[in-house]
Ligand binder design. Structure first.
Ligand code: F6R
Length: 605
């Protein structure tokens, strides 16, 4: 996830800005850059690679004093990771420099318009339009120009701006991406989170969406986008830097689960137009001609693929097969030039998934991928790639990227429905529920304490049986994987209807069942399965919906999420299974961020 820092006032040196930027390294990045104003002149240095390469580039300039400065670590979204696309970006006059975190949805339209007015662009980024817009709107007042520029932006942004005519000022604005101001005695700072500022101050202002701030010395003025002045509370936070990296949470895993609402917003941003799904990456592809889809993935990404299969089968006539990539690559798959192959991989580097798309390509298939890492091998070898835009996931277990995958696959499924001409009220309801999902997620995440209590109750069992049907089975698959990989408890997942074909023999009071039982079309079937489990004296944790008295009576423990359309239960239930696994692992004294024997990116067979 991109990181921003900004400095103004006091006797700062360039190296102070760069050192602070280094505190954002944990967020992951592919390039870094700085713009600072010294003696009324704007200086910009940027480089692909690590911050140490930026340091080398700066050389003796590191010791220079500055009036103001902004710096950035970039996690590529629009345009490859290279020097040219690294931030800061400048306008045509070389007086304005800007750093940005987020995605500008209407950048293509704005770029065309600005080029028509004679602006010359130097990068492939969406960010650069903001620098040119500020130049276009500038009449001597930087704040006014930024206000006017951001009013023209659609999408998400956190920005920091400097202008060489205003050496002692930094202007900041946010909508949809976080931005925090640090207040010192004769200076003020800006950053994506408090981590890089803690060595200078403990006083912070958290900007709200639609805020624009003018930082000058230790004076901070805040306005709304319409120009109205507002006051924001200053908060004192005395965290250590390592606690701050984790947003105050004990582990990255729980921080990343809690980032679910923002992850959903990022996954959906720019992929809907006028209330209808519209994924720009798919413009090149004639989806209406697609009659067969072959999905390859591993682990959690495979579970997202199973969800997609159920969705596509239910809503279209497309033939869809889903394969674990390590199996697919050694078989004789029926894939040809009429098949679209979809690879799902958060890392974009999983060896089996990569080899599967190479095989599918040799067989003539077009390749589409969904990954979280721009420039990853799978992305580079795909004809079309859709980015998750989740920012780096540091915990080894996939959590927020699974949420992003489910959201994007829902959009992709809906886009297929639209292109096939079978859009109906049902699809509108799915999209409406998806749009509300960030808000519904807040509700589910507030169950954290209840889920920790549940984890305390069940942490000492050695086995767990996760069951579900249809979309509930997807949640069972992922729930069992999460539990086993970080808490080392043996967990199985079965379609509930399969229980009586063997696995039910395992059940007894020491082998609890985690049942996924939304009030969907298969509720009554699930209820029968629960009665069967009870007859074997198994304890049951039921993950259901609403205030279901029947389930409460039938089971030992009941957790409830809000009701949504059946297709979206895997999404709304994801935080529950993730939090349950997280708390069990933590209570057992394991480090959920670094489970034994596992790697974040599996680049070997
Ligand atoms: C589970 C997990 C793994 C990955 C799998 C595929 O929490 O992280 O099962 O999902 O290794 O990785 P990607 O998605 O990077 O291809």
């Amino acid at each position: 996830m991109c990181g921003i820092v900004g400095f103004v006032g006091k006797n700062f040196k360039v190296k102070d800005v760069v050192d602070s930027l280094k505190r954002l390294e944990y967020r992951g990045y592919d390039s870094a850059g700085i713009a600072y104003i010294r003696n009324g002149e704007l200086h910009v240095f940027k480089s692909v690679g690590k911050i140490d390469e930026l340091r080398n580039l700066l050389g003796e300039n590191l010791e220079s004093d500055l009036n103001s400065g902004i710096a950035h670590t970039r996690w590529a979204t629009h345009g490859a990771p290279n020097d040219m696309n690294a931030h800061p970006h400048t306008d045509c006059t070389g007086k304005v420099a800007i750093v940005h975190n987020g995605i500008i949805e209407n950048f293509r339209e704005l770029k065309a318009l600005l080029e028509g007015l004679g602006h010359v662009f130097k990068s492939d980024t969406d960010t650069e339009v903001i620098a040119h817009l500020i130049e276009e709107e500038y009449r001597g007042n930087l704040l006014e120009a930024v206000l006017k520029a951001v009013r023209r932006l659609d999408g998400a942004y956190a920005i920091g701006v400097v202008h060489s005519d205003h050496p002692d000022v930094v202007v900041a604005a946010r909508r949809g991406s976080p931005l925090v101001i640090g207040i010192g005695s004769d200076f003020s700072l800006l950053a994506s989170d408090i981590t890089p500022m803690l060595r200078y101050t403990k006083k912070f202002i958290f900007l709200e969406d639609g805020d624009i701030a003018l930082l000058k010395g230790d004076e901070v003025q805040i306005f709304r986008t319409d120009g109205e002045s507002v006051r924001r509370a200053t908060r004192e936070i005395d965290w250590s830097e390592s606690a701050a990296e984790k947003g105050g949470y004990k582990h990255f895993m729980i921080k990343e689960i809690m980032e679910g609402p923002q992850t959903l917003v990022s996954a959906m941003t720019g992929r809907m137009k006028d209330g209808i799904v519209s994924i720009p990456e798919l413009e090149e592809l004639k989806l209406s001609n697609v009659s067969r889809i072959n999905v390859v993935a591993c682990g959690t990404s495979y579970h997202a693929a199973v969800f997609f299969k159920y969705f596509v089968e239910q809503h279209t006539d497309i033939d869809i097969s889903v394969e674990v990539a390590s199996e697919f690559r050694y078989r004789r798959p029926h894939v040809d030039n009429k098949t679209l192959t979809l690879a799902i991989s958060q890392s974009g580097e999983t060896a089996d998934t990569l080899e599967s798309i190479r095989l599918a390509k040799r067989l003539g298939s077009e390749i589409m991928s969904i990954t979280n890492v721009v420039g990853s091998t799978i992305t580079r070898e795909s004809d079309i790639s859709i980015m998750m835009n989740s920012g780096p996931e540091i915990g080894v277990a996939a959590t927020k990227t699974y949420v992003a995958q489910l959201a994007i696959l829902t959009l992709l499924g809906l886009q297929l429905v639209k292109e096939k001409g079978s859009w109906s009220g049902r699809h509108k309801r799915i999209l409406d529920n998806l749009i509300r999902m960030p808000e519904l997620f807040e509700n589910v995440l507030s169950l954290n304490d209840q889920i920790r209590d549940l984890a305390t109750k069940y942490k000492d069992f050695n086995h767990f049986m996760y069951i579900g049907r249809s979309y509930g089975y997807v949640t069972a698959l992922e729930g069992a994987l999460k539990l086993k990989e970080i808490s080392y408890i043996h967990a199985e997942s079965y379609p509930a209807g399969e229980l009586k074909h063997g696995p039910i023999a395992l059940l007894d009071p020491q082998f609890p069942v985690f049942a996924v039982v939304p009030s969907d079309s298969l509720y009554l079937k699930m209820k029968s399965n629960l009665i069967e489990c009870k007859a074997r004296n198994a304890r049951i944790v039921a993950l259901g919906t609403g205030d279901n008295e029947e389930l409460k009576n039938l089971t030992d423990d009941f957790i409830s999420v809000p009701r949504v359309v059946d297709e979206l239960y895997p999404l709304i239930m994801a935080p529950v299974i993730q939090l349950f696994a997280y708390h069990v692992a933590d209570l057992k004294g394991y480090d959920p961020d670094k489970p034994r024997n596992l790697a974040k990116s599996v680049t070997v067979e």
